[in-house]
Design a protein around this ligand. Structure first.
Ligand code: ANZ
Length: 818
């Protein structure tokens, strides 16, 4: 018993939790609930340190909340669909399902070895039909409500992965996974109308005060609400039935600075001109093989071509040339822009390249000189060269010009969102089949409930070229009421699965997508923890899906995640720990060497959760040493005999000091765990307490032993969420039958924290001459006497006359002499 043996005690504690079903919870309405959730892992093979950090944080919070007396749900599952499984299957000559299930089995055992208290009865594996069948069903509901639709659209296409990418998955013009330059391709795609919820998604960010400001800002910018004017330009002569087109601008104040207009390559007027203009047709074709991601539009080289058409300025009726440009998006605003090269940098670059006129219509507010030869002046300012509008500032000009345009029937004030509808079609195999039947005579219908789920075959061979369900012509064949139909062979974007798993954990059911009664007990999630890389995509889609489920009557609240914590990265040698950098540390090896508690302790001690954590071997060693010391201290204490009943009145000063330290530690640690979520400072406080125990060992004395017992029990209790195995064992060793997991969190005793003595300084004429030790309740008189009795103070008074004595209770006594 003398030596700390992590592998033995960790196994025992885990067996105890397993056999007592310690983490299986039900909807107990007599208790306050707490839903603690970590972003579920992709089953890539084995856990990495980022996972360990993420799940240690949620496990610590979950166990802490449980010791606060709450009914805590802490579930786990697998985000199991996705491309890496296909790539691994090809490489290892296996099937994605097989690879995935082997990984979930292994990673589950790793999570158990780390002692995480998950309710495994609620485990969700998104590639299993019992999960994705409900996603298919829900999609058919969205279809029926007009919230899911199909359209041919230009998409980002990764020629390497042979799949469509969402705009969010295009990083600097390249695929987020394999870094291949992205191309543009037109194919029929399924979309979900997230734009219908743009305003609510924006507005409800205000209901999330406990989210990091940074994440809320990123979502706000992504939704990108702007106020502007939809302006109409007449063509000087109609073409193919088009006599006008619209542009969207957020800067109607610059209307008098328009020198040309630019259409998107896919704009119907551009296409009409191209019919008789081979050069333009070729240019449009060229535009097609470039990314449609908006971020790239600003930075890429601007290219364009004159259509030869003229448009009439909506106010002056002057003719301006109509160009086609690669930097104009078809699906934003109206797919055309009024070009103001003096005040828009993209237009400026374009105008310089093609020698189009640049006109200044905005001057700087503070009269600063503007040089349009170097760049556009993009700030809002005061109008110039704008006739009757000269001298107006941005707001007044917005007002005046939009009024003129409205009155002329050439414009209306509108609101625009940068957010696009969510394209959910993927041409990959390892995903949930999109539940649509294509009809022989064209058209499609959602798969009726009795034909669901559309099962994805798991026993397949991957050839690396085509999705097995696309390659196998027989898989497509189905029938409906005697009619032959063809199944859709595209699968869902895997962000679909991760958009509702948290609700499925809370309300598992074999009869429905979500058992609403159960889910509404647990939801919203009280604490969500995951990486900042999900700040936009996953968190926005999940918020959207939650609102869709609410509107379907499945859940009651408006937002899924009440409080969000984005944990920092795990670094080694100052850079991100990652496979590609070859600087990873394998959690499995560390557990073997030191035990799970050491890994957990180091992870929580090295940094507060939001900050990056620098991995150091010496830090891990230090954590291990601390646990050995904790173990040893308790064993030594136990060997000294049974303590009696603690009686505060009988304590000597040293004992009172240790007791005060115990309760101060409890108070501090409680605040650190709860409000501040700085677990590292909580650990530091317990370390100090343990040092104090070492210094004040008073084991021959019965009260001394009692005070030490109280200190050690508090240490074990408050460390239990972080290092649960060793604390489980020590708590039992300290003579308790109830596991520490279920013990109520200790309360700090105010009385024990009252100081029996205080130190203050004695000054003579404002200069410190002595330190005084006084009883905490000493009055003014007593303090004066104490100061005057000090030999050093007496030396400085000498034979001088005392004029005045100032006492600041708890701080100082100042003797003024002359
Ligand atoms: C004229 C103008 C003058 C503009 C100026 C800006 C500055 P946000 O704020 O992001 O919503 N725009 C409109 N539709 C576009 C499209 N389909 N493709 C590319 N660009 C488009 O952007 C609104 C601005 O983006 C609009 O305001 C328009 O350029 C451009 F000094 O109109 B602006």
């Amino acid at each position: 018993k003398d030596l700390y043996n992590p592998s033995e005690i960790e196994q025992q504690a885990q067996q105890y939790w397993e056999s007592h079903k310690s983490f299986e919870v039900s909807e107990d309405t007599s208790k306050e609930k707490f839903y603690c959730l970590a972003m579920f892992p992709y089953p890539s093979g084995r856990l990495h340190m980022g996972h360990v950090r993420n799940y240690t944080i949620t496990d610590v919070i979950a166990r802490f909340q449980r010791m606060q007396g709450k009914n805590v749900l802490h579930p786990m599952g697998w985000d199991a669909f996705g491309l890496p499984a296909e790539n691994a299957a090809i490489k290892n000559n296996t099937a994605p399902a097989k690879w995935t299930y082997a990984n979930t089995d292994y990673m589950r055992s790793q999570l158990k070895e780390l002692g995480f208290g998950f309710d495994w009865t609620r485990e969700v594996t998104t590639c299993k039909p019992d999960y994705y069948r409900w996603e298919q069903w829900f999609f058919t509901r969205l279809y029926e409500k007009g919230l899911a639709y199909k359209k041919v659209s230009a998409v980002n296409w990764c020629p390497n992965d042979q799949t469509v990418l969402a705009n969010e998955q295009v990083v600097e013009g390249c695929c987020w996974r394999c870094d291949t330059p992205v191309e543009r391709k037109e194919i029929p795609q399924w979309f979900i109308r997230i734009t219908d919820y743009a305003e609510e998604l924006l507005k409800d960010l205000d209901k999330l005060p406990h989210w990091p400001e940074q994440v809320r800002t990123m979502q706000k910018n992504w939704i990108g609400k702007s106020k502007g004017v939809q302006m109409s330009f007449d063509l000087s002569a109609p073409i193919a039935g088009h006599d006008h087109f619209e542009v969207y601008t957020t800067r109607p104040d610059t209307t008098m600075g328009i020198t040309y207009v630019t259409l998107a390559a896919e704009h119907p007027i551009a296409l009409a001109v191209a019919e008789h203009n081979p050069a333009l047709a070729e240019f449009i074709q060229e535009c097609k093989v470039q990314s449609v991601a908006e971020a790239d539009m600003a930075s890429m080289e601007k290219k364009g071509m004159d259509t030869g058409l003229k448009a009439l300025h909506p106010i002056t009726r002057e003719e301006v040339p109509v160009w086609v440009g690669n930097y104009v998006l078809m699906d934003y605003g109206s797919g055309a822009v009024m070009a103001v090269p003096g005040h828009d940098q993209r237009d400026w670059e374009f105008a310089r390249k093609y020698d189009l006129p640049i006109k200044q219509v905005v001057a700087s507010k503070d009269g600063e000189e503007i040089d349009l030869n170097t760049a556009a002046f993009v700030e809002k300012g005061i109008l110039v060269n704008s006739g009757e509008y000269d001298g107006l500032d941005f707001n007044a000009a917005f007002e005046a010009l939009s009024q003129t345009l409205v009155a002329a029937g050439k414009g209306r004030v509108t609101t625009n969102y940068r957010l696009r509808d969510w394209g959910v079609s993927r041409q990959r195999y390892w995903g949930a089949p999109i539940p649509i039947f294509n009809l022989p005579d064209g058209g499609e219908i959602p798969v009726p409930a009795h034909k669901l789920p559309i099962l994805l075959p798991e026993d397949v061979v991957m050839d690396g070229v085509q999705s097995p369900i696309k390659a196998d012509v027989s898989w497509k064949k189905d029938e409906l009421d005697g009619q032959a139909v063809e199944r859709e062979t595209d699968t869902f974007d895997t962000f679909m699965e991760s958009s509702w798993y948290y609700a499925r954990y809370a309300g598992p059911s074999s009869e429905s997508m979500i058992d609403s009664d159960k889910a509404n007990y647990w939801l919203p999630v009280d604490q969500y923890v995951g990486g900042i890389e999900h700040a936009i995509l996953h968190l926005l889609y999940a918020r959207f899906f939650h609102k869709l489920m609410r509107d379907e009557g499945l859940v009651a609240c408006d937002e899924p995640f009440e409080r969000l914590l984005c944990q920092g990265m795990v670094l080694k040698d100052g850079t991100k720990m990652s496979k590609s950098k070859g600087n990873t540390v394998d959690p499995a090896e560390l557990i073997g060497q030191y035990g799970a508690d050491t890994v957990r302790l180091f992870t929580m001690f090295a940094a507060p959760p939001e900050q990056s954590l620098e991995w150091t071997d010496s830090g891990v060693e230090g954590a291990f040493r601390f646990l050995k010391k904790l173990w040893k201290t308790v064993q030594t204490h136990l060997a000294a005999g049974e303590p009696g009943e603690l009686n505060p009145a009988e304590l000597n000063d040293t004992q009172k000091d240790l007791r005060r330290k115990t309760h101060e530690t409890i108070a501090k640690v409680t605040d650190d765990y709860g409000r501040r979520q700085t677990f590292n400072t909580a650990i530091a406080a317990v370390m100090e307490l343990l040092n104090e125990v070492g210094r004040n060992a008073d084991r021959a004395n019965e009260q001394g032993l009692s005070v030490e017992r109280e200190a050690l029990e508090a240490a074990v209790q408050v460390l239990a969420p972080i290092v649960p195995h060793i604390c489980h064992e020590l708590w039992l060793a300290l003579g308790h039958s109830e596991p520490v997991l279920d013990v109520t969190w200790p309360a700090a005793d105010e009385e024990a924290m009252v100081k029996s003595s205080i130190t203050l300084v004695a000054q003579v004429n404002g200069k410190v001459r002595a330190k005084l030790e006084a009883p905490a309740d000493a009055d003014k008189d007593a303090l004066e006497k104490l100061a005057l009795a000090d030999p050093n103070v007496q030396k400085f008074i000498a034979d001088k006359m005392i004029r005045k004595i100032i006492v600041v209770p708890g701080k100082l006594v100042n003797i003024v002499v002359a």
